[in-house]
Design a protein around this ligand. Sequence first.
Ligand SMILES: [Zn+2]
Length: 311
Amino acid sequence: MVQIQQASEGAMDHAIGRRRRIGILILAAAAALFIPITDGGFSRASGASAKARPEPHCDRTQFRIVVDVGHSLEAPGATSARGISEYEYNLRLATQIEQALLDIGFGQTTLLVTDGPALPGLFKRVNQARALDAQLFLSIHHDSVPESFLKLWDVDGVERHFSDAFKGHSIFVSNDSPEYQGSLRFGRMLGTHMKARGLQYTPHYTEAIMGKRRRQLVDAEAGVYRYDQLIVLRHARMPAVLLEAGSIINRDEELESGSSERRASITAAVTSAVEEFCAYTPKMVAKPAPQMRVPKPRGVRQASARSQSHR
Ligand SMILES: [Zn+2]
């Protein structure tokens, strides 16, 4: 700064021109370094960084994505403010996402519907995803709150629990996953596309009042949290993300979550994120998928994967 003020006009022009060129070089270098972090992918890669990377290409007919319906008929997860099971919400949204992916050419999309008790069901999901050699695993859920937040209200003469304290979706990835970076990349893409459609994530998982459910927000723009212990995420051998699509214990958001407009917005965000993610996923060499050994309790039926492959 001082040097430029003391220099002659010509020297100043030269110095400014040189600073601009250096500035552009620094910006280009910074762009090359930070594009995967700031945009959740490589979609805005340009200049020198684009030259170094292969052209984005996605073979939709070959990309294998598993859309997991969270919970099961027998262990249906949370109960909404109006007494509807989370599983019902998950199944409806996940089915719509599966259909939308099939409609745009992702022919190897599998809707994973699991039955039976909760814990064994989680390992069954992981094994199914491994057996399918999936390149992306997306688990669909709807959120509730810790019991201490619950209040009572009357719904058609029945006493129900609700909490209007929080609303919004949230996206989780596990740092214990061997595919943490890929998971985070897809999580960011998904969060960015949700945001672009006016959907807001909930920041309340960072608050101390959440106690043991408190999570680290790893991307405050896209709304991606770390939840390392989640079985379906940490044991997956492919990029894996869990989406809490909205809070169904919140009376307003339950109504929104049940609307076709809301489901259409979320579905559009997911399909856009999958398109973007697929474009930069290297072709995978098929290899045997090791299965997890889990003791099978009596009376547990096999998970059913409803594949609608267009092969
Ligand atoms: Zn759930």
